[in-house]
Each structure stands twice: as C-alpha cells, then as structure tokens.
Design a protein around this ligand. Structure first.
Ligand SMILES: [Zn+2]
Ligand SMILES: [Zn+2]
Length: 311
C-alpha cells in the first residue's frame, strides 16, 4: 500500500529500513493478541536519512544522518503516574513500535524518536543487527532476576526466542540447557556448549526455568521442571489462555517473573563480542512487496526467522 513519506517531528528522525524481522508477536497481533491496525514490525535495522528541520540545525543530528541504526521499541509519555515512577516500559499511554499507536518497520521508511536510536557497530552486518531486539529481550532476564553464575538454567521451547535466549545466556557464561520438540531446530545450537533435550529426555530440576514455549501450557510444564524455591521467567505472550491450578507455586514456593523488552546497549555489546550462530536462525528472506507471502511463511509450523529485505 502506498503512503506519503512520513515527516519527522521535533526530536524525531526518518529512517530508511534496510532489513526487518518477523517475530512471533507480529503473528500473535494478527490473531488478536493486541488491537493494533497500523503497520507491524518492531525488529529492524535501517539508515537515518533525515531529521526534523529544528534538529537539522543542531549539531547532534548531523552525526546520525547516514548512520546505521536499530531502535528500542517503546515510546513512553514521560508524564503519567508510571513514568513518574521511572517505569517507562509500563507507561499508561505507551506507544510501541509496530504494536500500539505507532507504525512499525514493515515499510520502506519509519519515523522514530532520536532517543530510541542505537548506532550499529560496523563489525555487525544487517543480518546480525536485525536480531538486536529479541537479543535485548533475552538480556532482560538477567536484568530482572539475579542469576547465580553456578545456577542451572533451563529454557523451555525451541522457537525463535527460546533459541536466542539460550545463545544469550550461554554468552553470559551460564550453564544452559534447552528443551524442545524439534531436533532440527535444536541443531541451530550445535557446537554452542548448550545442552539440548527432547521433552522426554530431560531429568532433574532447573534452578531457573525460562518459559519461551509460546504456548499457554508452557507455564504448567515450567512449574514441573523447576526446583522448589526456583524461579520461572515467563517470556511467552499468546492470544489464547488456559486455566490451571497454581497450588504447586505456593507449596513449592516458586517465584514466577514476567519479562518483556530489554535494554539495547548490552544486547549490542553481546552481539559484537560473541559470534552467535544467528545465520542458522534465518529461514528465508523476502522482498517487502512479497510481505504477505513472508508472513505466511513465518506462520508455518517450525519455521524460524523470516526476514524482509527493503533494499
Ligand atoms: Zn519481537
Ligand atoms: Zn507515561
């Protein structure tokens, strides 16, 4: 669909998208997880092409024009009660790129606030940089809970976020295992010093269990696999819901912690310092005009990352 080229406002820049990733959240939004009707897409890498007229006269922006960037996805209002407490990601009037009141990156161009931008190190190519947002989401686990370096961490689910979370926690030096149903997907982690299990193979208990199952039944499984007084980190966000008995949470004194978006600076550092096998995560690359086929491909069972190439 043709739309006029958006114009950046004060403190905003116009970014020409180079590459964007289709995330399971995009597919969930299409199923009704969020009431969003704008342009989808929150995982991208692009080039800054223009700032607002006011900003252009200032020095800072000159350095940004022509630079390769990624951007954090939340746009808080800075004036509501949550923002006043510093809980910017929980702003009551939050706008979120490609999810809430803000057009996303499945387009040729995007407008974003300058404060959301992060420069991409030159050593990272576009196909790595496009993964910064999910890597940041995985980094957030260590931001949310204290993980002892000796802890046995187990990830539930071998989908995109599960595999990326395994890579990130491994890069942080932890003892990491992952449970998935798909031997072909677990192969992405070959040679990564991450233990992989099919569901029937896992025995024992994890100190920390990260639910990346993308399934409403994941939490129940997670509670059965974590040790008493262990922690379950919930990463799954799905449109459907399921009711079950939570008594074992009380009896076994399990902590359940929700975790969503994460910080971009450490995610970029981690990407720069580690040679993560992200290229094995890429299923296919489509042109933007073939976006419908790309979404269909991404929605198929067992398909890992589908990218949109805007160049
Ligand atoms: Zn995502
Ligand atoms: Zn706010």
């Amino acid at each position: 669909m043709e739309r006029p080229l958006p114009r950046p406002g004060v403190d905003e820049v116009l970014v020409k998208i180079k590459m964007a990733g289709i995330c399971s959240t995009d597919l969930e939004i299409m199923k009704g997880y969020l009431p969003f009707e704008g342009i989808l897409g929150h995982e991208f890498v692009g080039t800054v092409v223009q700032g607002s007229e006011k900003e252009c006269r200032e020095e800072g922006l000159e350095k940004l024009i022509g630079r390769r960037v990624v951007a954090s996805i939340n746009l808080p209002c800075y004036s509501c009660a949550a923002c006043k407490k510093g809980l910017y990601n929980h702003c009551f009037k939050i706008k979120t790129l490609g999810m809430r009141d803000k057009d996303g990156a499945f387009a040729e161009y995007l407008i974003i606030k300058q404060e959301n931008l992060y420069l991409v190190p030159e050593t990272l190519d576009d196909r790595e940089a496009v993964f910064v947002e999910p890597i940041a989401a995985a980094v957030e686990i260590a931001e949310k809970i204290h993980i002892k370096p000796t802890a046995r961490v187990l990830i539930l689910g071998d989908g995109k976020l599960g595999l990326i979370t395994a890579m990130v926690l491994m890069a942080l030096g932890l003892d990491v295992g992952i449970i998935g149903r798909h031997a072909d997907k677990l192969k992405v982690l070959d040679g990564q010093d991450i233990r992989t299990y099919l569901p029937e193979e896992f025995e024992g208990m994890a100190d920390i269990l990260v639910d990346c199952s993308g399934n409403s039944s994941g939490l129940k499984m997670a509670m059965d696999m974590v040790r008493p007084e262990g922690k379950v980190v919930l990463k799954t966000t799905v449109a459907d819901s399921q009711a079950f008995n939570l008594s074992s949470v009380a009896v076994n004194e399990i902590s359940i912690i929700g975790s969503r978006c994460g910080p971009f600076d450490p995610a970029l550092r981690l990407l720069k310092r580690n040679d993560l096998p992200l290229n094995r995560m890429i299923d296919s690359v489509y042109k933007l005009e073939d976006g419908v086929q790309a979404m269909e491909r991404a929605a198929q069972q067992g398909v890992l990352k589908v990218l949109l190439d805007m160049e």
